[in-house]
Design a protein around this ligand. Structure first.
Ligand SMILES: C[S@@+](CC[C@H](N)C(=O)[O-])C[C@H]1O[C@@H](n2cnc3c(N)ncnc32)[C@H](O)[C@@H]1O
Length: 283
């Protein structure tokens, strides 16, 4: 399907859907002020076709996370969800509105470098009465969470190596659940450039190097998490018509480490001949 027909398909689908079709709450009307403030709904209360894609991504991710989040919330009153590279905090607000708010427990902490977005999110949380939402302004690497704890870490389209910063953050906090939807990735493509690997025809042209580099990056991210004792699932977030950045890496901590995955990771980076900075977490 080419870009034009994908856009047409999106438009047609958008024209048919209403909030009630999409919003998985008993009373979607209660969420209307929040969704208007996030520009997911227009002032007239119809779905904004530009934000519809974001809504779909965030709702899909919420659906993936909900079972684990329900378990965490049931076990521990003080469950903390850290949303890294939060942007306008669509994900944090949706998770709060649909899951944490109704549960009456748990906190969301958004981390974002852009202080203007952090200010907007703080205001919206106050206006919405979301008292267990907070926002830190600054880079992920410097983020110190109140209470020093993060049970679930999410990073939706955190740019380039910010996804790797999210992995470091999650490992540092021994997060039980990690959900990453990586964005553009340039580091490994750059490392592949001068490589005299026998497979180099696979990434000979710049577009192939970019795509292949992003793929290798995500394979390494998955192996790093496995080596740290996480069970890793890699799947599609939404249909391709909703986002081209569509790979979801879901990791659940179930042991302290995994020597076999560590060995596989070492073998893989040797074969590829690339050592991205993220490997610093391997000690
Ligand atoms: C593509 S946006 C995605 C925002 C949001 N997660 C979403 O899906 O709507 C990426 C965001 O990550 C932020 N960001 C990039 N690098 C970051 C870092 N190292 N620490 C914190 N935020 C970062 C950017 O400012 C931007 O708002």
């Amino acid at each position: 399907m080419n870009a034009k027909s994908m856009a047409r398909k999106r438009k047609e689908a958008g024209a048919r859907e209403t909030l009630a079709d999409l919003w998985p709450a008993k009373n979607p009307q209660n969420s209307v002020p929040l969704l208007k403030a996030l520009h997911i709904l227009t002032r007239e209360g119809t779905l904004n076709s530009d934000s519809r894609r974001k809504l779909k991504q965030v709702l899909h991710l919420t659906q993936f996370l909900r079972p684990s989040l329900d378990i965490l919330l049931e076990r521990e009153e003080e469950t903390v969800v850290a949303d890294l590279g939060a942007g306008k905090s669509y994900l944090g607000f949706v998770l709060y509105d649909l899951v944490l708010g109704p549960a009456g427990r748990g906190r969301v902490v958004g981390v974002e470098t852009r202080s203007d977005l952090v200010d907007l999110s703080r205001q919206l949380a106050t206006d919405s009465g979301f008292t267990r939402m907070e926002f830190l302004s600054g880079p992920i690497n410097d983020a110190v969470l109140p209470g020093g704890r993060a049970d679930m870490v999410t990073a939706l389209h955190a740019c380039d190596t910010a996804t790797d910063d999210a992995i470091r953050f999650a490992l540092r906090h021994e997060a039980k659940i990690i959900a990453l939807v990586p964005c553009c990735q340039a580091e490994v493509a750059q490392l592949l450039k001068g490589e005299s690997n026998p497979l180099r025809q696979l990434w000979r042209h710049p577009i192939q190097r970019r795509e292949f580099g992003a793929h290798v990056t995500n394979v390494i991210r998955g192996l790093v998490l496995e080596a740290h004792g996480y069970k890793v699932r890699v799947t599609e977030l939404t249909g391709l018509e909703h986002s081209l950045k569509n790979e979801l890496i879901l990791a659940e901590r179930h042991q302290l480490g995994n020597a076999q995955a560590k060995a596989e990771l070492e073998k893989f980076v040797d074969q590829m001949g690339v050592r991205p900075a993220l490997l610093d977490v391997m000690g």
